[in-house]
Design a protein around this ligand. Structure first.
Ligand SMILES: *Cc1c(COP(=O)(O)O)cnc(C)c1O
Length: 404
């Protein structure tokens, strides 16, 4: 659509507030919600041109919708992308990417510590259609290189990963992909464009679950792909019109508003997370803390360089236990003792959420896949919100002090 608004030369903080579509004739300051499944056409000839994509204009909300356009423009502006396309969820974005870029006989290299459903989608579902995926260590560039084949079409990483917060070198993977004539996609859910812009570091596509930090208040499901104008217009937009994994206008509108506060939320939640991670590291019942902002994190230096010196708002930590069963028991008792941290499998909310990945987000993986992803029975994920960090520490101590 041609009513681009405002100019892209502004700073990200400004773009987060003002990018979208022009206000309607009423001049609303808070963006309107266009809850309409179809759009009335001015005349039959214009309708024909719009359906043939020869003219801008809305027709049907499986193809496009003004509230979705507003969301796409704001996210693209924040990621420094030429274009973005909204999807029903983060997984729908990954499905759209796979369907759009891959065909039978193609090969994908994917980090083995990706989001659980991502691993399942590539290993089980795309496998059925003749797309082979090799899973490699997220952090070992040599493993990515060794996995390259002449038919490798896509490299897919997530940094930091869910839940272990492993960080990969986006520039190094981009160089590998370019050399092999493949594309690099980065799932930027955890860092968000507030901390990390994968496209500027050489990635070709950015994947988002809008459900997480972009919404920020745990209200709706949403997803998106950010990519070149050509890929969006020629591959993903026609495919979504055909296949229908489209973002609902209401959800688009909620996330569009959520992005207005993305940077301040992520910065503040990350400050709290660093404090809590330091506190956890000193607790006798805690075996290990995984947080990119801590010097003990194996890719601390890389993370600080790649994420504007900020570790993000998600921490993973393992509690002690002689056997996997004991560790699981301890983890469960920490979870069950929490009153402020809510036991829920989401992240990016301003309310702190706590979960046990081995029995939830990674519960459907085989034991082998779970071990490769480093998700042990004593592991807990803490998605830090905006509560006072002392209250979160007191909440965690209730269970940890019993274990320790
Ligand atoms: C949640 C999540 C997804 C999937 O997003 P949904 O909106 O839940 O479909 C993908 N990647 C990462 C890193 C996630 O945390």
């Amino acid at each position: 659509m041609s009513d681009q608004y405002p100019p892209a030369s502004l700073h990200p903080d400004t773009l987060a507030l003002h990018t979208g579509i022009a206000p309607s004739q009423y001049g609303e300051n808070s963006e309107a919600l266009y809850l309409s499944s179809c759009f009335v056409q001015p005349d039959a000839a214009a309708s024909a041109r719009r359906f043939a994509s020869e003219e801008d204009g809305y027709t049907y909300s499986r193809t496009s919708n003004p509230s979705v356009t507003a969301f796409e423009r704001r996210l693209a502006a924040l990621e420094g992308a030429e274009a973005a396309i909204g999807t029903a969820s983060g997984m729908a974005a990954i499905l759209l990417m796979g369907m759009g870029l891959l065909k039978s006989g193609d090969h994908v290299i994917c980090s083995q510590s990706m989001f659980g459903s991502t691993i399942k989608l590539f290993a089980s579902e795309f496998g059925k259609f003749g797309v082979a995926t090799t899973f490699v260590s997220q952090t070992d560039v040599a493993e990515w290189q060794a996995a390259l084949r002449p038919n490798t079409r896509l490299l897919f990483a997530e940094t930091p990963t869910n839940p272990l917060t492993e960080v990969c070198d986006i520039r190094a993977l981009s160089a590998l992909a370019q050399g092999a004539g493949a594309l690099l996609a980065v799932d930027n859910c955890f860092a968000t464009p507030a901390l990390q812009k994968p496209l500027a570091l050489g990635a070709d596509l950015v994947i988002h679950s809008g459900t997480k930090f972009l919404d920020g208040q745990g209200r709706v499901m949403a997803g998106a792909i950010c990519a070149s104008r050509k890929l969006v217009d020629e591959v993903f937009a026609p495919l979504i019109r055909t296949a229908g994994m489209v973002l609902a206008p209401f959800n688009a509108w909620v996330v569009h508003k959520g992005m207005e506060t993305l940077a301040v939320r992520v910065q503040a939640q990350s400050r709290h997370a660093l404090r809590i991670a330091q506190w956890l590291e000193a607790h006798p019942a805690v075996e290990r803390v995984f947080y990119p902002g801590l010097p003990s994190h194996p890719q601390h230096a890389l993370a600080m360089a790649q994420q504007e010196g900020v570790g993000g708002a998600v921490i993973a930590f393992s509690v002690k236990g002689d056997t996997p069963e004991r560790a699981r028991e301890h983890a469960f008792s920490v979870l069950d003792a929490c009153r402020i941290c809510k036991l829920a499998t989401n992240l990016g909310d301003v309310k702190t959420l706590i979960c046990h990945p081995a029995s939830t987000s990674h519960g459907r993986l085989s034991e082998e896949q779970r071990q490769a992803a480093g998700v042990g029975q004593g592991l807990i994920r803490l998605a830090v919100g905006l509560e006072h960090p002392t209250d979160i520490e007191t909440d965690l101590a209730r269970g940890l002090d019993v274990v320790g």
